[in-house]
Design a protein around this ligand. Sequence first.
Ligand SMILES: [Zn+2]
Length: 282
Amino acid sequence: MVAEYEIKKFMCEIGKRVYNNGFVAANDGNFSVRIGENEILTTPTGVSKGYMTPDMICKVNMKGETLQSSGPYKPSSELKMHIRVYEERPDVKSVVHAHPPYGTSFAIAGIPLTKQIMPEATIFLGCIPIAEYGTPSTYEIPDNISKYLQNYDALLLENHGALTYGVDLLAAYFKMESLEFYAKLMYHSIMLGGPKELSNSQVKDLLELRKSFNVPGKHPGELCLNNSCPTKEVCASKSVASKDSKCNCNEKQAQTQSKPESNDMSALVSEITRRVLNELNK
Ligand SMILES: [Zn+2]
């Protein structure tokens, strides 16, 4: 087992990456590592994650009560969100929350990352829904992410940021990097006239490939074939998919297949172009 101090040091290292990559500004963002059944190490609140030292890291239990902290450092104010992930996903040992600019822009614009545009993003993330807005530090965010936890390892948080989680801190952090890269590619391809999406059969082949990689964690799998849903109502699960008419992507897929440049996509591209031009003309 890795010594606790080593984990704290690694949390500081990841903090530098999160900060230096511009995934957070100032003191924003937080991440945690579950080191035991009832023990979580968490970043402190009110501290830049780029300048942390191991003594600043706090320890809490699964109720969020502080077990260890030093000096003025207090546990992250977003612990409720982290604990909800640990409660509902026992396989998860680390949670990362940040505000990466491209991903967060999609979360603000209300556009989920549903288009399957490149192999790595499809294999390691699949589609990324937007969990409905909640006030930070309340139970609103934990309650709103809950329905996505069993099918996704990466989420956008409406008008707020992004959340990723995995079997260890590096895995959770890499998902944040991948989410941001996916969002960046998506943004630029929209600017270039709209992405040419992978076909459903190409996506299915990539999902098969993922199985052979034995990647730990959850993946939305065939929910990614719902790639023609341009709204935030991305299917939370297969059961929701069949009940929710807004998310009846089988119908939408049929339309998309017969018309590669779907109306949804054209509308999305022209709306984004219109907004960008409006901003530039201000
Ligand atoms: Zn935040």
